[in-house]
Design a protein around this ligand. Sequence first.
Ligand code: FES
Length: 345
Amino acid sequence: MSAPPDLYGRRSKDRMWAFAARAVDAFEAVTRKLAGGEEPPPKPVVSLSTTVVVRKVTPEAEDVVSVTLSAPDWSPLPAWQPGCHLDLILPSGTRRQYSLCGDPDDRSTYRIAVRKLGSGSREVHALGEGDVVTVRGPRNAFPFIQVPRYLFIAGGIGITPILPMVKAVRDKDWHLVYCGRTRESMPFLDEIADLDPARVWIRPDEEYGVPVSGKELLTWALPSTHVYCCGPPKMIAGVRVDRRTGLHFERFSPPPIVGGRPFEIELSRRGTVLEVPADRSALDVIREAVPGVGYSCRQGFCGTCTLKVAGGEVVHHDRVLTDDERREKMAICVSRGNGRIVLDL
Ligand code: FES
C-alpha cells in the first residue's frame, strides 16, 4: 500500500523527511523512558451524535470547500474550542474527522473545510445544500492553552484548526506562518488578510522556488513562545527537529511506527492468519485481506477501527478505549500484539 498524499495532495517521495520523523519519534520515546515518563493518559470519549443539515458548500481554494452545518431546527449545537474536530458520518457510512474552522461563539453552525484527497473527501465535496449527515463530537485532540506568546504554523489544509486559534488570540502576541503549494491552493487567505499583516507570513512554495525549512518556519519563535503546528508530515518533522519545547502539533496522517515488533493476527471467522511486519499497522495488513474494515483517524483516537479480541495479548496504544473496553477490544490502527492476536473478524 502506498503512502497517503500529503495535505497539498502530493505523494511524498522524500525519504529524508520520513527518516527525520522516525528519528525524532525514536529520540522522544527513549528520552521519555529514561525520564520515567508515561505515555499521555487515554482521553475521555465524547460520543454525542447529532443529525445536522448542510446549509452551505463554499469553494475556498483549489480542491477545497467549506461546509456549513446546522441542526435541522437551528437549535444550539454542542460547544467547542479552537483545536476541536468533528467526526463526520457521511451518507455512505464513511466516517472522517475534520477540524472545526468557524466561530466557536456561533452556536448555530459548524464550519469545516475539506481538501479533495480521497474517497471520503470526494463524498464531502459532493454534498449539497439540504443534505443530512451525522456528526459526533466535537472532540479535542489538539488542546489550545492560554499562554502569553504564540507562533502558529499551518501547511495547506492544516490551516483549519489554526484559524480559530489565531482569531481567538488576535489581541495577544502571536505570529502566523502559512505555507502552501500556491496561493490558489491555500484556503481562507481572505480571512487571514483581515488580521494584522505584520504578524502574518504567507509563504507559497511556488513564489519561493523551494519548500520552507524548519528553521525558517520557526523564525518568530522565542524560547517562551508556544508553537502550534498543523500540516503535512514533513513540515511537522522539520519543526520537531529544531523545536523541542512548547511545541503542539496535529497530524493529519499516522505517525511512523517506531520500535514496532512483528506479530500475527488470526481472523477467527475466516480462519486466516496474517503477518504484521514491524513497520506496518494491523489495520493496513488486515485491509489488504478484508478491504471493508472501517477506519478514520488512523491515530488511535476516534475508535472507528476497534475490533473484538477473542484471544492473545494486545499492546494498546490507542487514546480512545477505557480499561474495561481494552479487555475485549483493540484499535487495530495503532495497537499491536505479543505473539498472535485472535480477532473476531
Ligand atoms: S482509525 Fe481511529 S482509532 Fe483507529
